[in-house]
Design a protein around this ligand. Structure first.
Ligand code: URP
Ligand code: ZN
Ligand code: ZN
Length: 470
């Protein structure tokens, strides 16, 4: 099957070029300037897609999702089926989800459970990071084994004591293992021990509303943990990727480490660029529960959001992922009525990341090239998928999005909403630009006629080591 995408502007981190793209089977066969070659080919291919006036970009890679994550006595509400369908609608053609090892469980069993959930259910390709919920001799050994299975990054938590938490000694040991086997340590950097004291004190004072989730996780708890994680990484020589960063001070600490030449990387998410403690988490009544996530939304008055955009420009933040972890309001977020600490942590955004970050281009925060870099190419390089993913180049998978800069997207539960949630954290957001067509390994999943994806089309991706560590 041959497809020709004609007359579009191909956007990659290297630039924007008028190019036609020939797809053969599952991969990109050739790129060439529009003209006679294209005219000749157009007669022989099975399908011609006209991308005149549109951008042709590599499919989005969301490097941080949590389908069906067990959390706070419930489960994230998207399955691999519903979550990958929603991702495809929004121009994301690869996710990297987090397999979970809980304390007392074998790491290999946690990974097997995630394969079970995902296998045969995904509309787009997927890989796994592994959460290490209990660092001990067995789990450290398992890290080496998992690398052979294509799981080359491991998340540790400095928060959630009693659930996923690792102490500094455990973190140090896991980092030593990563240094030796070439893998990446991903860190949830919040001082969970201090936070739990602040939470207990707030509840004792009768401060139970959702905004207290943010007030009991002040930026100092994020910056302190970020600094400590960097120091531990420095002792061991391990690379470090800090997930879901929201405090400008914490990113400043990442910047200082990077300026010293350390292999430290920062990730942020759309919610930290647009939403705030005052407006969303502080919404009246229990409404703010929709935006309870960790790290928390930060105060606009303190200027975090603008600083995070700036750090995306300077590459001190390298990636925008979603940390997609959706919960319904009814019966899930509602578990925390009367006690904010019982609200399941997470926001659903997998469907909207490409549009929301493109809006940053429209508003002058990012260049077009940087949009593609932080949403697709860098995630591919960071997590061992490049150039199979994250590129528009001969030999790469034909994961392609045709994006209309003159289109418009209205986000809301009755509009563009395919995530398995009863509300949208992005209700009422209007963005310039529109995902017109989405292709995954040569198969059109989304076009102007609607959704054509096939459950089970999505394949497991055995990832290599990060390219940034070589
Ligand atoms: O609130 C969040 N971030 N929920 C998902 C779990 C995690 O820590 O990434
Ligand atoms: Zn986390
Ligand atoms: Zn997460």
């Amino acid at each position: 099957m041959k497809t020709l995408i004609r007359n579009g502007s191909v956007v990659t981190p290297q630039g924007v070029h008028m190019m036609d793209v020939l797809v053969e089977g599952e991969t990109i066969a050739a790129l060439f300037a529009p003209g006679p070659t294209s005219d000749d080919l157009a007669g022989s291919v099975v399908r011609v897609i006209d991308a005149q006036g549109k951008y042709v970009i590599p499919g989005g890679i969301d490097a941080h999702t949590h389908m069906e994550l067990p959390f706070g006595g419930t489960f994230a509400s998207d399955t691999f089926e519903t979550g990958t369908r929603a991702a495809a609608w929004g121009g994301t053609t690869t996710i990297i989800d987090f397999a979970v090892q809980r304390y007392g469980e074998r790491v290999q069993d946690g990974l097997a459970a995630w394969h079970e959930k995902a296998s045969g259910n995904c509309f787009i390709d997927y890989g796994f990071h592994q959460i290490i919920g209990g660092v001990d001799d067995d789990s450290l050994k398992a890290m080496d084994e998992l690398i052979d299975e294509g799981v080359t990054s491991f998340k540790l938590f400095m928060a959630y004591p009693g659930v996923f938490y690792s102490d500094d000694g455990q973190i140090l040991r896991a980092m030593q293992q990563a240094k030796n086997n070439g893998s990446m340590i991903m860190m949830h950097a919040e001082n969970g021990i201090a936070i739990d004291v602040l939470v207990a004190q707030a509840l004792a004072r009768g401060e139970t509303a959702p905004i207290n989730h943010g007030l009991t996780r002040p930026w100092e708890t994020e910056q302190e943990a970020t600094h400590r994680a960097i120091m531990l990484a420095r002792i061991t020589g391990a690379p470090l990727y800090i997930v879901h960063m929201s405090a400008k001070q914490a990113v400043h600490t990442v910047q200082e480490a990077r300026d010293l030449g350390l292999n430290v990387f920062g990730e942020t998410c759309p919610q930290y660029l647009y939403l705030s403690l005052e407006e969303q988490l502080g919404a009246p009544g229990f409404e703010g529960a929709k935006w309870v996530c960790s790290t928390p939304l930060r105060a606009k008055a303190e200027g975090h959001q603008d600083e995070l955009w700036r750090y995306l420009r300077t590459n001190d933040l390298s990636i925008v992922a979603t940390d997609h972890c959706p919960f319904c309001f009814k019966e899930q977020k509602e578990l925390g009525i009367g006690d904010f600490s019982k609200i399941p942590n997470g926001i659903g955004s997998v469907e909207h990341r490409m549009d929301l970050i493109y809006q940053g281009v429209v508003e002058g925060q990012l260049t077009l090239e940087r949009w593609v870099e932080i949403t697709s190419t860098t995630p591919a390089r960071m997590f061992g998928l490049y150039p199979q993913k994250g590129a528009i180049a001969p030999g790469s998978d034909a994961d392609i999005v045709v994006y209309d800069p003159n289109g418009h997207t209205s986000i809301g539960i009755d509009k563009t909403h395919h995530m398995n949630m009863d509300h949208s954290a992005w209700e009422g957001y209007e963005t310039d630009g529109h995902v017109d067509l989405v292709m995954s390994r040569g198969e059109v999943l989304v076009d102007e006629k609607g959704f054509h994806g096939t459950k089970g089309h999505g394949r497991y991706l055995k990832r290599s080591l990060s390219q940034y560590l070589i």
